[in-house]
Design a protein around this ligand. Structure first.
Ligand SMILES: [Zn+2]
Length: 432
């Protein structure tokens, strides 16, 4: 099985290959086998990439996909309001089929927007049925996904037996793999963190953890002092940590996931892109919560760039593309599989429309993608060589049926929780 993607503008995101103003990419059995200005492969299926940008798919390393049913409802929420609304008010009414519908549509939406790899940071409920529903949804969407079994915000810590059960199902040989979501060092004991990290290491799992910091809290320094920083851990947000703590993360080889829109809107403080770089840490970007923000990486990159340029004039468009492809792939432990167009890596590839009215006249590819990109440009998406979106439409997905299913789910949950969809129920319910 060979596929030739021909005649596009290639942004490989591989420093050894660089950009090709006009290039071809050959895919053999799901793996990129050649990238050159012209490739002769007469027996290959051809994807015409004329007027297209050919680049690696995006990687989102932190999204709570179960919340998709409440898209837009939380656009004006602060962080405490989000916690009351999503975790305190609607989450208790989620059934496994709601988790399935939200996760499936959310994962497909991400694919539709060119996100070929996504980490689903799961914290909706601890039950076999809810977890299995999320995993089933990730498997039913033809993307590369990481099911991050997590804790926090009223969800009990997953017990060891449950972590082992899910691990025995997600053995790592398919497109859906597993990670462990840790409760933050600022809301559990250091002994618990140590215990969870030990189990994660035993099971070969990467970990992800939300961190706040600031004031008297020094969560990263605490972990450092106890020898608990790992190169397999991604720290999410961390807006309040000190520069010294950022250097500890850099020295340990840990990753940082910044969710610029959520952090700014919900009151976490400025995204730390510039500070992280100054500390020697390559940041990555994530969507986080779709009740509050859109589910694509274009707007995420644009916000991150604008914030940092506003603070100190730093960052360039190319940096943002690296954060959302090669750097994010490394943060998921997938740097040798995806994140760049490199021979030997899996063919996780997106074709963006360079002839769309919103981006013509087309000149500077990286600058155009970051300054003016949007999901409407995503024409074709391949995951491990399989075409999952073609000519702007997901392949084999009944979108109206899926939409109807999620609408039913949302309306049922909202009715059970007694909430309106304008997001104003927070003051009335008070919170818990
Ligand atoms: Zn999060």
């Amino acid at each position: 099985m060979r596929t030739l993607i021909t005649g596009g503008t290639v942004l490989s995101m591989d420093p050894a290959i660089g950009d090709l103003e006009r290039g071809d990419v050959l895919v053999t059995d799901g793996v990129i086998t050649e990238i050159a200005e012209r490739i002769d492969a007469p027996d290959a299926d051809v994807i015409d990439a004329t007027d297209r940008i050919v680049m690696p798919g995006f990687v989102d390393n932190h999204r709570h996909t179960w919340q998709t049913a409440f898209r837009g409802v939380g656009a004006d929420w602060t962080f405490p309001e989000w916690a009351v609304a999503m975790h305190g008010t609607v989450k208790p009414h989620y059934l496994p089929e709601d988790v399935y519908a939200g996760t499936l549509l959310g994962r497909l939406e991400a694919l539709h927007s060119g996100v070929t790899t996504m980490l689903d940071w799961y914290h909706v409920a601890q039950s076999h049925e809810h977890e299995d529903a999320a995993v089933a949804a990730l498997r039913d969407a033809p993307g590369r996904s990481i099911f991050c079994l997590g804790a926090g915000w009223g969800t009990p810590d997953p017990v060891d037996a449950e972590i082992r059960r899910v691990r025995s199902d997600l053995t790592g040989d398919g497109l859906v793999t597993m990670a462990l979501g840790l409760r933050g060092a600022d809301d559990t004991s250091i002994d618990t963190v140590a215990r969870d990290l030990k189990l994660a290491a035993e099971l070969g799992l990467r970990t992800s953890v939300h961190v706040v910091g600031g004031g008297d809290e020094r969560p990263v320094a605490d972990l450092h002092e106890h020898g608990l920083l790992r190169d397999t851990t991604t720290f999410v947000h961390a807006n309040g940590i000190t520069d010294e703590e950022l250097r500890m993360l850099a020295d340990a080889g840990s990753s940082l996931s910044i969710s610029p829109d959520v952090e700014l809107k919900m009151g976490f403080g400025s995204p730390m892109t510039g500070r992280a770089l100054a500390a020697g840490l390559r940041p990555t970007l994530s969507v986080d919560d779709v009740p509050s923000v859109g589910g694509d990486m274009f707007s995420t990159m644009r916000t991150a760039l604008a914030v940092q340029r506003g603070l100190d004039g730093g960052l360039r468009s190319r940096d943002l593309l690296e954060f959302t492809t090669i750097d994010a792939a490394r943060s998921c432990g997938l740097g040798d599989r995806t994140g760049s167009l490199t021979p030997g890596k899996d063919a996780d590839i997106v074709l963006l429309r360079a002839d769309d009215l919103t981006v013509v006249p087309f000149g500077n590819p990286a600058g155009t993608i970051v300054s003016a990109g949007h999901p409407g440009l995503v024409d074709t998406v391949l995951v491990a060589g399989r075409v999952v979106k073609r000519d702007g439409a997901l392949v084999g997905v009944d979108v109206p049926a899926l939409r109807a299913r999620l609408l039913d789910s949302r309306d049922r949950i909202a009715a059970a929780a007694g909430v309106a969809l304008d997001g104003t129920w927070i003051p009335a319910t008070g919170g818990e």
